[in-house]
Design a protein. Structure first.
Length: 590
């Protein structure tokens, strides 16, 4: 089929990318096609396509070339030039897709021009690369015939052209002018009737393929077909049986079929089932089948001993991290291997392509909206605080509000959070002098392996009128339990308190008076304030800081390994490095 050849697939991918308004998956499928070059060398074009891919990972950017440029952020000049090349090739076709009535000839011509411009390399023209060899010539003939036939076709909406092109191209086939092999031929049933070969391979011997399923006429019954002199649906099955009987009479025959089709088990052809019945009646063995089944069993039998557990990760002291954030300290306690993979091996998980926004994106958006709101109104709330926070939220959600799931589920949740938050702020700010949002800080600790820097970015630090500070962390996910906090496995807020007490936050120094989590958008409740210090933050801060110093000293010993999940009950809910840790293989999850 033409659609399965490189030129046919390239023409189809151009339409899919344009129809989706440059959605990431169809766009990258087009850019990574071997024929795509855009006036550059194919190697350079693919390298820039990979760089573009990393820029648009995660949730889908805004539609069109404007969305691509927004995803780049104006930082990469080479990628900006790359997007301009794509725009030169594809924008005329995208404009036609937006029109309500376009002559078919204009659509085909714009389609061909886009394909030739995108196929052009630094050494060859797009026409030469696209329309060469048997597949290219077949594609050129098909497009030529389509342009000639378009004169009698009425104007159509541009967005309907991809479906029309796909339906018309489905019947086009490519036949090589010369055989691929001097002794190998691929024949259809009609061709095989007129030919002879030393070895004949019969393929596709499955019900529904050979023979094909009997077609059901939705307009004429069997009696009506017989009255009009039309053949019955079963006649095609009889012809298939005739073809099989003729081919089966060859001197040497190989009968083959696919055991599965698209992952689903298939039913053997009725010809094979009847042959099996005859062979069993004659008590003949099918040795070839037994040999194949035996070979299939051997695939699952290990020829080597099972792999041993992974060697412990013990990098030298010079390679071990000397700077971690307060959130990474919790990871260090629960999953040291994740710190090793991130900071020693420098492995970072990439987002999925065109991923649906998840809870992490929701948390980022809510944090961004509250940060901007607090920076605008650090002391007194505005008169229309709820409306103002909703306005900021719409700006932070941005293009994500165009997604039905975000609009239907996330935005109503954000509205509930805003109502709860504004009501809570009105009473809370009576004892508040000033709110400071997204403050960065650090604390230098002495350790056996040398100075160790603890960093933090506090969601919110409030200066209280009665003196002291309140450190608040917004949580859109699950809160740590009181048992985890008491055991030192959730030290984020206490360590931020230690940094504040030491004057590590710029312009701030003092003893924290309260450590609180503000839980937002969980369950039926829109919000909840949870204080974790039991009225005495100093004790919790001192305990967490002492535990951290002991942890640093232990890992400053080069013989201390970065284990995967030292305590199974304290394992993190999610880890980017679980597949590298081989936790299931080692049986730690049992």
């Amino acid at each position: 089929p033409l659609a399965r050849t490189p030129p046919g697939a390239f023409l189809r991918l151009i339409l899919e990318a344009a129809e989706s308004d440059l959605a990431p998956v169809p766009l990258l499928a087009l850019l990574k096609h071997p024929l795509a070059a855009g006036g550059l060398s194919p190697e350079m074009f693919r390298a820039r396509a990979r760089r573009l891919e990393r820029k648009i990972l995660g949730p889908r950017p805004a539609p069109g070339f404007r969305g691509l440029r927004a995803a780049l952020g104006g930082e990469e000049a080479e990628l900006g030039d790359f997007v301009e090349r794509l725009e030169t090739a594809l924008l005329p076709l995208l404009d036609l897709f937006a029109a309500d009535a376009v002559p078919l000839s204009r659509l085909v011509a714009a389609h061909i021009r886009a394909a030739e411009r995108l196929a052009e390399s630094d050494r060859e023209s797009g026409a030469k690369r696209l329309w060469s060899e048997a597949a290219g010539e077949a594609a050129a003939r098909f497009c030529h015939d389509l342009i000639e036939a378009a004169a009698d076709f009425p104007p159509l909406p541009g967005r309907h052209y991809p479906a029309l092109f796909g339906a018309l191209a489905a019947g086009a086939v490519v036949r090589p002018l010369f055989g691929r092999h001097p002794r190998l031929f691929i024949w259809g049933l009609l061709e095989a009737r007129l030919q002879q070969a030393d070895l004949l391979v019969l393929g596709g011997l499955n019900e529904g393929t050979w023979p094909a399923a009997a077609e059901h006429d939705p307009w004429m019954s069997r009696a009506m077909r017989q009255h009009f002199g039309l053949s019955s649906p079963e006649r095609a099955i009889g012809l298939a049986a005739h073809d099989f009987a003729q081919a089966f009479g060859a001197p040497q025959v190989a009968l083959t079929r696919a055991a599965r089709r698209e992952g689903v088990p298939t039913v053997p052809s009725r010809w094979l089932l009847r042959l099996d019945a005859v062979l069993r009646a004659l008590r003949l063995e099918i040795r070839a089948q037994e040999t194949i089944e035996e070979a299939a069993r051997l695939i699952d039998e290990p020829t080597e001993p099972p792999p041993r557990p992974a060697a412990p990760a013990c990098p030298p002291l010079a390679a071990r991290p000397r700077r971690l954030s307060v959130t990474e300290i919790e990871t260090w306690l629960k999953d040291p291997y994740a710190i090793y993979a991130r900071h020693v091996l420098d492995l970072k998980a990439l987002d999925e392509l065109d991923a649906d926004p998840g809870r992490a994106e929701l948390g980022t958006i809510i944090h961004g909206a509250l940060d901007e709101f607090l920076k605008l109104y650090p002391r007194e709330l505005p008169a229309e605080a709820e409306a103002e926070l909703l306005r900021i939220g719409r700006e932070c959600f941005g293009a994500l509000l165009s997604r039905p799931g975000v609009w239907a589920f996330w935005w109503p949740r954000f509205e509930r959070i805003v109502r709860w938050l504004v009501g809570e702020e009105r009473s809370y700010r009576r004892g508040l002098e000033e709110s400071l949002s997204e403050r960065r800080g650090s604390l230098l600790l002495s350790a056996p392996g040398g100075p160790f820097t603890l960093t933090a970015k506090a969601d919110r630090i409030d200066r209280l009128k009665e003196g002291g500070f309140a450190i608040i962390d917004y949580k859109t996910g699950l809160l740590p339990s009181k048992r985890e906090i008491a055991a030192g496995f959730a030290p984020q807020l206490p360590l931020e308190g230690a940094i504040l007490r030491a004057g590590g936050f710029e312009g701030l120094k003092g003893a924290p008076s309260a450590l609180e989590y503000w839980r937002l958008g969980q369950g039926e409740r829109a919000g909840e304030r949870v204080r974790i210090d039991d009225g005495n933050p100093a004790v919790l801060i001192d305990d967490s800081l002492h535990r951290l110093e002991r942890l640093i000293a232990r890992f400053d010993d080069p013989s201390t390994p970065y284990l995967a999940v030292p305590w199974v009950r304290r394992a993190p809910r999610y880890s980017d490095y679980r597949h590298l840790e081989r936790v299931e293989e080692s049986g730690l999850e049992e």
